[in-house]
Design a binder for this molecule. Structure first.
Ligand code: GCW
Length: 697
């Protein structure tokens, strides 16, 4: 024992003696830095003792400089702030007010909300303001979330793997839950609360019935206990056939009273363990998952039956519109609309239909989903993918803020000026129930998201779910300042790198509206040549339709007529190549390789130029990152620099493989001066990656 103590104290002493610049930064702290280990001398008063208010106080004590003016944390009912009650009105139960006021004759910083969650969000807003260069005496913040349910979707499996996860194993250690509550669960909740996320779906939408058994409900309940004071509710993905698998019933037909009764009893059981359980997320009749269509019942029948089970407890159902049927020959981009549009107005009032941002599947660029604006009597939740299944996994630097805002800012055309954001935040139709879901990019990697820059996508999702009208650039700047400090050169450079990075991925993987060109199953790297998979819409050739004469999917009236699913004004724009934005040209049109582009180049020349532009952008990011070497801690700098090298190599691979393939189809030479692919097509086709991460199983 004496030796052991001696060893510990020796290590402690030597660590304490290290100069601070030698300390590595592994990114664990995310954007929440720096925070002192010891509490500071700040005069803080609270209007109550709720765990949430105490957490808010703890955040301030660790972060505010000593000697800061007194701080008052108060909910609106507190007598001490009666004079300011009017200012808090209209902020709902999560909004906040942060302002310097005079209380009992003293200048005081008031952090107030109608509920204690508002106070916690106000605390984080204050810390964000200070970390991005704001001054304490000039603080005046007032904000309420525009979207009610701001939810992460974890595609985490019960065996610890994550479908489409690139940041290690699942955070949830189902095996040691519910007994062991890893402190990391608290850190996860804190990070989410700091950006306004208030819900988390724990398990994969490709769900196992087991997550609804008593032992797993107890495990989910333990997580819910950890998350609760941070304002985060727990939800579960459910397998629609669970009444058969767990209940021994012969059917899961939603119209069968025994099925409805099974779900009601199951919901009651969950609510006994988790009184504030959020509700269910469902993937039904999609990619092999069971659902109501198996019995000839509709998606609304299925959703409403589950909604009835959670209704008395205040729960909701998020029912996904990501459906395409194995047997349906219709353009895949049309199938969700065809299936769901006729159901508008038939869903129970505690159901949201959860719609991916685009009609195919989280491609680097997709036009907005035609369901937005087309189902005015149904609350539509938008689903983004934060994890980068199609944008380079964890290694590529691709800031998704511009992807998210491009969709949110798109005009639906159904009402004057109406945007997708207006539909999502409920302002278009005055829906009270609103939501935004993000497929999480979080795993057990030390830096949570697989890279420092991937953290920005988690951050951007949270900030936009709170306020879909924020700009991607302002979010990038705030994230850069919180993550790397307020040096203007760092913020400017990092923001510049980020803002064009997603477009670069579009350029080197599939420019001008091309999509779904990736390799099979693991989706790592290029596979535009793939044409032999069982279902037509699994093949890249189905999407690009390239042949000797042209390229692109004709979705006009002459083709699949998917354009007709948009509002007339939008449909008119997409119906003609001349009026379709070039960034989406080949999504809607099949055009000859010699088609003249706005630049005067042919389509082929333009396509090649985009591939090169994408690769060049990555080289540009490398140069910019080099300039920051003296200003960023060595560990985060080096990992990012190495990942940029990987990205550069893979961007060239995508470009070269794609060009080799297009040339094999169109038999055209490369424009003069363009570098030929490093290898011939057969070399690219022969690449195999059986152990690529994130695969479904
Ligand atoms: O993007 C595709 C993924 C699947 C995923 C599916 C979905 C969870 O390749 O892995 O399954 O979408 O969104 O349901």
């Amino acid at each position: 024992m004496r030796n052991w103590r001696a060893l510990v104290s020796a290590i402690g002493l030597s660590l304490a003696g290290l100069p601070t610049h030698a300390m590595a930064d592994d990114g664990y702290a995310l954007w929440l830095r720096p925070s002192a280990q010891s509490v500071r001398q700040v005069n803080i008063t609270r209007s109550g003792d709720s765990p949430t208010l105490m957490l808010a106080e703890g955040e301030l004590r660790r972060s505010l400089p000593a000697g800061t003016m007194p701080v008052m944390l108060a909910t609106a009912a507190a007598p001490a702030i009666a004079a300011f009650r009017r200012d808090v009105e209209g902020l709902g139960d999560e909004g906040y007010l942060v302002r310097t006021v005079t209380l009992n004759g003293r200048r005081t910083l008031l952090i107030a909300g109608n509920g204690d969650r508002g106070v916690l969000y106000g605390t984080f807003a204050l810390l964000r303001k200070l970390a991005t260069g704001g001054r304490m005496d000039a603080i005046s913040l007032r904000s309420a979330p525009k979207v009610k349910l701001r939810v992460l979707n974890h595609w985490d499996n019960l065996d610890g793997s994550i479908e489409r996860g690139y940041a290690g194993q699942s955070l949830w250690d189902w095996w040691t839950l519910p007994d062991f509550r890893d402190p990391r669960y608290t850190d996860y909740a804190r990070a989410n609360a700091s950006i306004g996320i208030n819900g988390t779906v724990l398990n994969n939408v490709n769900a196992k019935a087991d997550s609804l058994t008593a032992p797993y409900i107890a495990k989910a309940a333990a997580l819910a206990d950890v998350f609760r004071p941070w304002g985060i509710k727990v939800y579960l993905s459910v397998r629609f056939s669970a009444p058969i698998e767990l209940g021994g019933l012969k059917t899961a037909d939603p119209r069968n009273p025994a099925v409805a009764a099974w779900w009601k009893a199951k919901a009651d059981e969950i609510y006994r363990a988790i009184p504030d359980f959020g509700g269910f997320l469902v993937k039904a009749n999609s990619e092999g998952q069971p659902g109501p269509r198996d019995y000839g019942a509709s998606h609304a029948d299925g959703a409403n039956m589950l909604a009835a089970a959670v209704r008395d407890h205040g729960g909701i159902v998020m029912w996904r519109a990501f459906v395409y049927a194995e047997t349906d020959p219709e353009d895949r981009a049309k199938q969700a609309y065809t299936e769901f549009k006729p159901l508008d107005g038939t869903f129970a009032d505690n159901v949201l239909v959860q719609v991916k941002n685009g009609a195919i599947d989280f491609q680097p660029r997709e036009p907005f989903h035609p369901l937005f604006g087309a189902m005015p009597r149904t609350p539509l939740m938008i689903e983004f993918q934060i994890t980068k299944e199609y944008l380079g996994f964890a290694t590529h630097l691709a800031y998704l803020g511009p992807l998210f805002t491009e969709t949110l800012d798109a005009k639906t055309g159904w009402k004057p000026g109406e945007t997708v954001a207006d539909v999502v935040d409920g302002s278009a139709e005055h829906h009270a129930l609103t939501g935004m879901a993000g497929v999480a990019n979080i795993g057990r990697d030390r830096d949570w998201s697989g890279s420092t820059f991937n953290q920005a996508n988690w951050y951007a999702f949270g900030r936009l779910a709170w306020d879909p009208d924020l700009s991607a650039a302002s979010i990038a700047r705030a994230w850069a300042a919180q993550t790397f400090g307020t040096d203007p050169q760092v913020i400017d450079t990092v923001t510049a790198m980020m803002m064009g990075s997603r477009e670069a991925v579009v350029d080197y993987t599939g420019p001008l509206g091309l999509a779904h060109l990736m390799a099979t199953s693991h989706h790592y790297g290029p596979g535009p040549w793939v044409s032999d998979l069982a279902r037509p819409e699994w093949n890249p050739t189905y999407y690009h339709r390239a042949d000797a004469s042209g390229i692109g999917f004709d979705r006009t009236a002459r083709g699949s007529d998917a354009v007709d699913q948009y509002a007339p004004s939008v449909a008119r724009t997409f119906a003609k190549p001349e009026t379709t934005p070039e960034s989406m040209l080949l999504w809607f049109h099949h055009l000859p390789w010699d088609h003249r582009m706005a630049s005067g180049h042919t389509l082929w020349e333009e396509l090649v130029a985009h591939y090169d532009r994408g690769v060049d952008y990555v080289a540009g990011m490398q140069r910019l990152w080099d300039t920051l070497r003296p200003k960023i801690d060595a560990e985060r700098w080096q990992k990012t620099a190495t990942y940029l090298t990987i990205q550069e190599k893979e961007a060239r691979w995508w470009r070269d493989a794609s060009l080799a393939y297009w040339m094999s189809v169109n038999h055209r030479p490369l424009p003069a001066g363009v570098r030929p692919p490093d290898h011939d097509l057969s070399w690219y086709k022969a690449r195999q990656f059986p152990y690529a991460p994130g695969q479904a199983h």
